[in-house]
Design a protein around this ligand. Structure first.
Ligand SMILES: Nc1ncnc2c1ncn2[C@@H]1O[C@H](COP(=O)(O)OP(=O)(O)OP(=O)(O)O)[C@@H](O)[C@H]1O
Ligand SMILES: [Mg+2]
Length: 287
């Protein structure tokens, strides 16, 4: 399928994107052999809100992101962005659809510098520059400077511009996580999928990250997968809780916190009621 097909099927996020939710996931099921990784999962996310996707280890959170991004094809269900159903979406078409994602680890290329990693988040725009470079056209270096400037401002936004020329492998893990976030932001997406962005961060880093997510909410729809419950409860407008691939609860953080099904999913059936805070990491090891 050409990029044009994706745009015809999925539409870009221009006019009309303000009607209804930006992301609409309907009845997604996916089975890996005998394992139901997702079963009839539906959720919406609109610009102006942070939707937390939580659940114990193995619940299907990353798989849901993989389906939304077209990395894996669901057995049934549909994904719509800005009201248009995406068919046969290929990962390289995400940027043109206004979608960006961070991976559960960091996923940076260690042979590139930090700024080059972020520039790679602009690969759609840079493709023309690569062609220009191959043909020896003069605009390539000017365009490369433009892409580099955008990458630098994205690094500045998350506070790590001073590391631009370093290889990511030489930097502390929390800095690498911020670089990965800068790479997601550089294409100016409308839908941002963050898979455990705060893992490995210190308390201070997490507070800083929470402030950034609150800022991003103004002009993004954010889907946030996280095990840090304090962060989730403080930044999310709504939560969707997955367990064994199914949505077992959804609602405001307070509603979800009070839901015994959720407590039970995290802590095991023998525990009737316990505070959610701090539960996931411990319970997750067992699954
Ligand atoms: N490509 C795959 N092939 C087979 N099984 C898979 C595949 N991807 C995921 N799974 C399985 O699907 C289930 C859901 O995995 P997933 O990675 O989505 O969980 P998760 O909620 O992101 O967990 P975590 O919190 O540990 O990251 C797990 O049982 C996992 O082993
Ligand atoms: Mg995961």
């Amino acid at each position: 399928m050409s990029e044009g097909d994706a745009v015809r099927d999925g539409g870009d996020l221009g006019e009309g994107a303000g009607l209804g939710p930006l992301l609409s996931v309907r009845g997604i099921s996916i089975h890996f052999g005998g394992l139901a990784a997702l079963e009839s999962v539906s959720l919406d996310a609109s610009v102006g809100e942070v939707v937390g996707v939580i659940g114990p280890n193995g619940a299907g959170k990353t798989t849901l992101f993989n389906v939304i991004c077209g990395f894996v094809r669901p057995n049934s269900g549909s994904i719509a962005i800005a009201g248009r159903v995406l068919r046969r979406l290929r990962p390289h078409q995400l940027t043109s659809l206004g979608v960006a994602r961070t991976l559960q680890g960091v996923g940076l290329w260690h042979s590139l510098t930090v700024v080059e990693n972020v520039m790679a988040g602009l690969h759609r725009e840079s493709r023309g520059d690569i062609a220009s470079a191959l043909l020896g056209l003069p605009r390539s270096s000017r365009d490369e400077r433009r892409l580099r400037a955008r990458a630098m401002s994205s690094l500045e936004r998350v506070g790590v511009a001073r590391f631009a020329e370093r290889p990511p492998g030489s930097l502390p893990y929390p800095v690498q996580k911020k670089v990965a976030l800068a790479r997601a932001l550089v294409s100016e997406p409308k839908l941002l999928l963050l898979d455990e962005p705060a893992s490995g961060l210190s308390e201070a880093d997490i507070d800083e990250f929470a402030s950034l997510v609150r800022e991003l909410r103004a002009d993004h729809a954010v889907l946030l997968v996280e095990h840090h419950m304090d962060l989730v409860m403080s930044v999310c407008d709504r939560l969707v809780v997955l367990d064994f691939g199914r949505v077992i609860a959804s609602g405001t953080p307070d509603e979800v916190r009070a839901n015994p099904l959720v407590t039970s999913a995290y802590l095991g059936d023998e525990v009737d009621a316990a505070p959610l805070d701090g539960a996931p990491a411990a319970s997750g090891q067992d699954r």
